[in-house]
Design a binder for this molecule. Structure first.
Ligand SMILES: Cc1cc2nc3c(=O)[nH]c(=O)nc-3n(C[C@H](O)[C@H](O)[C@H](O)COP(=O)(O)OP(=O)(O)OC[C@H]3O[C@@H](n4cnc5c(N)ncnc54)[C@H](O)[C@@H]3O)c2cc1C
Length: 463
């Protein structure tokens, strides 16, 4: 076993115990992440059980100049958790406890390795709600959500992960513990250091614990699917529903025709709820605070939109099972995996008024260069966040496809990453969204906080 020959691993084992360190053959069968399809590459997988253990491990690695890659649920889509055979992967999987919940003050204290869905369910049991929600809810961790500043399907109403974190505890590269476990909403006492770690992708510190903000749960959620004839109407309907139902519109997702057809076609387990052929399909969630009139009001709004010709058809889910089916049309990736041997995922943001033209231009440029390519567009459009699933065609030239997607964003003041982060995948394009001065400040921050460059080096940018 590697610990026999590696003195550092021996020292780490004395901190985390035998169950806390896996190396050599013990790593066989450990996945490198849900999309990778390969086995984890690492010198060792270290699984501390507490903040104190993380701190001791980091002190040892700091002295030894050992690279450490933090890992949560490994559902990240930018390669931030990727490791090589010489890295220590530090997983929070044994730090998976909800420590406490205060329903009256509406907060929950958790360890970083708690799965998002576990937090959602615990809040739900107390009649409350944790606002972050995304497709990987059953596998991703709170630590990973913090490190990536995750977005998801309710950003429109509740903001991104950075809005959900009241307090944070982090272990720095040298093993010092920064504990800022406040549970109050307002705290204007100088720089908000906590926010520096939100979206830092494991390069500045290891998140070990957090205090999460909870919200009142809605009485019910109504979900509607609409067929929309034009982009102008997609934009108009966002304001129509948001304006008529102030504070209640919680999700506004848009599926371009191809995505809707693929995910309701022969490779999907969900049949098309709307038998129409329109360029856009809108999926929206409305939080209901009035049982008697909430659904009626939404129904009336749909009828009026139909009569005015703003939608060509629309349907309100009649049960929880039907709601789930509508959402599957948005979130299911199985049909594209069944159709294509390779899919590149993209996550960009740009102003809504530019989105229709941008998608058309990207599609046009892609098909001109790779005639056998295919593009599916969908996303959290209420947040200006667009996703592409692109089959690159037989040539599989990633750089060329990246350039087609990212280069128009500079002129549009868009972002090469709306919510998934930069990781390894988008490093080359960081400068398309951030200025040289901003990147320089990021580099100086990294050098100051991790002078030995041992925490997730080479992610986000090279030093
Ligand atoms: C089906 C599917 C749907 C998704 N939908 C969305 C979506 O709607 N919105 C969205 O934002 N993302 C989405 N994602 C991406 C992903 O789920 C998020 O980025 C999530 O926040 C990652 O959490 P994780 O625990 O899996 O982190 P990992 O993948 O393990 O790690 C991600 C990054 O965080 C770092 N990290 C992990 N834990 C810690 C820690 N404790 N301390 C410091 N750094 C750490 C890692 O080093 C890495 O850089 C989706 C993914 C899938 C597979």
């Amino acid at each position: 076993m590697t610990t026999d020959i590696n003195p550092l691993l021996k020292q780490i084992e004395s901190v985390v115990g035998k169950a806390g360190l896996l190396s050599g053959k013990q790593l066989a069968g450990r996945s490198a992440g849900i999309w990778s399809g390969t086995e984890l590459e690492a010198l060792a997988l270290v699984r501390p059980g507490s903040t104190a253990e993380v701190a001791e491990v980091m002190k040892l690695c700091h002295v030894a100049g050992q690279v450490v890659v933090p890992a949560g649920g490994m559902t990240g889509l930018a390669g931030g958790h990727e490791s090589t055979h010489s890295d220590i992967v530090l997983s929070t999987e044994r730090m998976n406890r909800i420590e406490s919940m205060d329903a009256d003050s509406r907060y929950m204290t958790v360890q970083a390795g708690v799965i998002l869905q576990t937090v959602q369910e615990a809040a739900d049991d107390a009649g409350l709600m944790f606002a972050l929600d995304l497709g990987a809810r059953a596998s991703c961790t709170i630590g990973g959500n913090i490190a990536t500043n995750a977005g998801g399907v309710r950003v429109l109403r509740f903001g991104m992960m950075r809005e959900q974190v009241l307090g944070l505890e982090v272990v720095l590269a040298d093993g010092s513990i920064v504990s800022s476990m406040f549970n109050v909403l307002k705290n204007n006492t100088g720089y908000d250091l906590r926010q520096m770690f939100l979206g830092s992708e494991g390069t500045l510190g290891i998140v070990t614990r957090a205090v999460l903000r909870l919200h009142e749960a809605p009485l019910a959620i109504e979900t509607a699917l609409l067929a929309v004839p034009s982009w102008k109407q997609v934009m108009k309907l966002l304001r129509y529903f948001d304006g008529a139902l102030p504070g209640a519109l919680a999700a506004y997702e848009v599926l371009w025709r191809d995505h809707y057809q693929l995910n309701t076609g022969p490779y999907s387990s969900v049949d098309a709820p709307l038998d129409t052929d329109e360029p856009y399909y809108v999926l929206l969630d409305v939080f209901i605070s009035d049982h008697e009139h909430g659904r009626d009001k939404l129904e009336a709004l749909l009828m009026a939109a139909l009569e005015e010709g703003e939608i060509s058809d629309g349907v309100l889910a009649s049960s929880e099972a039907e709601r789930a089916r509508f959402w599957q049309i948005r979130e299911n990736f199985e049909p594209e995996q069944a159709c294509y041997n390779k899919i590149y995922g993209y996550d960009v943001s740009l102003p809504l008024e530019a989105m229709e033209t941008y998608v058309d231009e990207v599609r046009g440029a892609l098909l001109q260069r790779f005639t056998d390519a295919a593009l599916y567009a969908y996303g959290h459009i209420g947040d200006g966040n667009l996703h592409f699933s692109i089959y690159p065609g037989a040539q599989q030239e990633r750089d060329a496809v990246d350039e087609i997607v990212y280069s128009p964003l500079q002129a549009l003041r868009g972002s090469v990453s709306a919510e998934h982060g930069i990781g390894l995948e988008k490093k080359a394009y960081l400068g398309y969204t951030r200025s040289a001065t901003e990147i320089d400040l990021m580099r100086r921050t990294k050098r100051m906080m991790d002078p030995a460059n041992i925490l997730n080096p080479g992610k986000l940018f090279d030093l």
